[in-house]
Design a protein around this ligand. Structure first.
Ligand SMILES: Nc1ncnc2c1ncn2[C@@H]1O[C@H](COP(=O)(O)OP(=O)(O)OP(=O)(O)O)[C@@H](O)[C@H]1O
Ligand SMILES: [Mg+2]
Length: 308
């Protein structure tokens, strides 16, 4: 048996639409996700994340390249891959004529689970997603965030070996988001594998063991959140609110960005002491904090856009 829950090699997708030029949404994506991993796909709007997830979950056929789920070729034998996967699609909606309780239970039964297991899992998932209060209301009457919670509840209840979640926490409040994170961690502890997309980079950081940044249909970088931060020159950020005028004397410490009178420097922790000495001698105030994944993302993707 393969070690990979998901594996793709040089995956391409070109959308052909009448009267418009073809769109190359994926231009050769190779990805490996080991069993039990939580991996995030990040990237700007239109980068190709949803296209990748749709192909991986057998909803769309690739133009070329290979992709496997637990060793099964997704394109050639989708019926073999399907039982292993469950999907929260981007902008998915619950059935408006069903209650969340009916939807979760019915979906589990359709996937072949027995009555008792389906019942227990349904109650667990509704509770985890904070839906017990609304569980018997038609989904049409739910708020946007509650509907999204019903979608996530339906899919986490499957405990499928491989879960695809396309922006699962969109529209959710900070408490609900954390419930989703906790459920995902619990699922991978039980052995599931998770591939998710998100534009919330705090979420990607809290949740993923590894991440891929997709840019214009290609993998721009992959690694851990810390790898990505190191690739921009360090994991510590120093803000000198009045440092812009002195930018030249700080350049040796790392990547410098000025914004009005302010200067931010991304630096390795080992050089922080030296930098702070210079700031003190220059009579500059300084605040020190960690580099966030969002800052690293902006620099890495921004750099690649600048190159073109
Ligand atoms: N059915 C389609 N027909 C033609 N072009 C499409 C189709 N679906 C997506 N595209 C194009 O393919 C590219 C990738 O789209 P995709 O939905 O995969 O991006 P994404 O990374 O998920 O973006 P977002 O963050 O906005 O969800 C975009 O340029 C998009 O316009
Ligand atoms: Mg998308």
């Amino acid at each position: 048996m393969t070690d990979f829950a998901l594996w793709s090699e040089n995956l391409r997708k070109v959308y052909m639409s009448k009267g418009a030029p073809p769109t190359e949404a994926l231009a050769g994506v190779s990805i490996e996700v080991r069993r039990g991993e939580r991996v995030a796909l990040l990237g700007r709007n239109g980068a190709g994340k949803t296209t990748f997830l749709k192909i991986a979950s057998t909803l769309l056929r690739p133009t070329s390249g290979r992709i496997q789920v637990f060793g099964f070729d997704v394109d050639q034998t989708p019926e073999k891959a399907r039982p292993y996967i469950a999907v929260v699609p981007q902008e998915g909606k619950p059935f408006f004529h069903l209650t969340p309780r009916e939807q979760v239970y019915t979906y589990l039964r359709a996937r072949g689970l027995g009555r008792e297991t389906a019942k227990t899992r349904t109650e667990e998932a509704l509770q985890k997603m904070g839906l017990t209060e609304f569980a018997n209301r038609l989904s049409i009457t739910l708020s946007g965030g509650q509907r999204q919670r019903a979608m996530v509840a339906t899919v986490i209840a499957t405990e499928a070996p491989l879960l695809f979640l396309d922006e699962p926490t969109i529209g959710m409040d900070p408490f609900a988001r954390r419930s989703v994170w906790e459920s995902m961690r619990a699922l991978t502890r039980k052995g599931s594998t998770i591939l998710l997309t998100t534009h919330y980079l705090d979420e990607a950081e809290a949740l993923s063991d590894r991440l891929y940044i997709i840019e214009r249909g290609q993998v721009l970088v992959s690694g851990t959140a810390d790898d990505l931060k190191r690739s921009v020159g360090g994991t510590v950020k120093v803000l000198l609110p009045e440092g812009a005028a002195r930018v030249e004397s700080f350049r040796t410490f790392g990547s410098c960005v000025t914004d009005g009178e302010a200067l931010t420097i991304i630096v390795e922790p080992e050089r922080l002491g030296e930098l702070m000495d210079l700031a003190v001698r220059s009579k500059l105030m300084a605040t020190v904090g960690p580099v966030t994944l969002e800052e690293a993302f902006l620099r890495v993707v921004g750099r690649s856009i600048d190159v073109d």
